[in-house]
Design a protein around this ligand. Structure first.
Ligand code: GLU
Length: 300
């Protein structure tokens, strides 16, 4: 039974199975919720179908369950929430905050090179706003059929100036009509009443975009905690691309060992007593969590 208003979530993309890095993230978000006597939810972020690996969603749920982590409410699948995303997109559009864009990546690169005398900015491609004034207004009823990407129009001169300079007008719906991660996440976090997001530091630079969307859509702003990533021996982020192995502990002892490694990454000291089962281990970890934040935790 929840004793607080805390609602947290773990939101894996089923593009591969859980590896040591995603286990540490799941554990941090679970512990933060449980230490606050809150609710913890799992949301499967399967909106980007081309990235989804068939069966990975169910496998991830099984992996989490092996480590004692199950959703306190039915698991939500982004692929089933298209109507909510379309509603939020329309809200942005009706405020005049979106415009269609038909620039390819190549065209954006050329445009920036022309502006900067062939140098590309080190922080990546910041969309220069080429289509801001040239693409015509689309009627809201046609928004869903529009075959162009839809970008947001960031304000020029207010507290969001940094966002405009460092990210640029970003895409909220892709040309293949898939809603962007940014818009889907703020829609889901709001509809699921999420108050706290604990996730990997690789997502830190998304926060400003998400807070901006929460503000213009009049959604509650969430508390964010970003935990350090687990790196490979080559100091690369563990991921499918870096061939991070999926974790399938062969026996209960191995399960506990995976949990101990994840806890050590998070900087939690589990008191040294004879722990035999996953639920016992998790109870000790909850007690170890409250006065503890991950090393170098980056809060926003
Ligand atoms: N689906 C994202 C991932 O697997 C996490 C998104 C989030 O926590 O906001 O990296």
């Amino acid at each position: 039974m929840s004793k607080s208003n805390y609602r947290g979530r773990f939101a894996p993309t089923p593009s591969g199975l859980l590896h040591a890095g995603s286990l540490a993230t799941a554990l941090a978000s679970w512990l933060d919720a449980k230490a606050a006597r809150g609710i913890w939810l799992i949301r499967i972020e399967d909106i980007d179908l081309p990235r989804v690996v068939t069966g990975a969603d169910q496998a991830i749920l099984q992996q989490l369950a092996l480590f004692g982590m199950t959703s306190d409410e039915p698991v939500v699948f982004q692929s089933q929430r298209q109507n909510s995303y379309k509603e939020q997109l329309e809200k942005l559009h009706l405020q005049g905050l979106t415009y269609p864009c038909n620039c390819s990546r190549k065209e954006i690169t050329h445009h920036i090179q022309r502006q900067n005398g062939s140098n590309l900015p080190t922080q990546g491609l910041i969309y220069p706003g080429t289509c801001r004034t040239i693409t015509p207004w689309i009627d809201p009823s046609e928004l869903n059929h529009c075959r162009l990407a839809i970008r947001v129009r960031l304000p020029r001169d207010d507290q969001h100036q940094l966002l405009r300079q460092t990210v640029g007008d970003f895409v909220v719906r892709r040309a293949d009509q898939i809603i962007s991660y940014q818009l889907a996440v703020v829609t889901d976090d709001a509809q699921q009443g999420i108050t706290h997001v604990v996730r990997g530091a690789d997502l830190l630079d998304n926060v400003a975009r998400q807070v901006w969307l929460q503000q213009v859509l009049h959604l509650p702003v969430v508390n964010y905690l970003h935990i350090p990533l687990v790196l490979s021996p080559q100091s690369e982020k563990l991921s499918k691309q870096t061939m991070a192995p999926a974790i399938w502990p062969p026996n209960p002892l191995a399960t506990l060992q995976f949990l101990y490694s994840a806890a050590s990454h998070l900087g939690i000291q589990i008191p040294n007593r004879n722990i035999q089962t996953v639920p016992e281990w998790l109870q000790s970890a909850i007690l170890a969590w409250p006065d503890r934040q991950p090393p170098c935790a980056i809060t926003f």
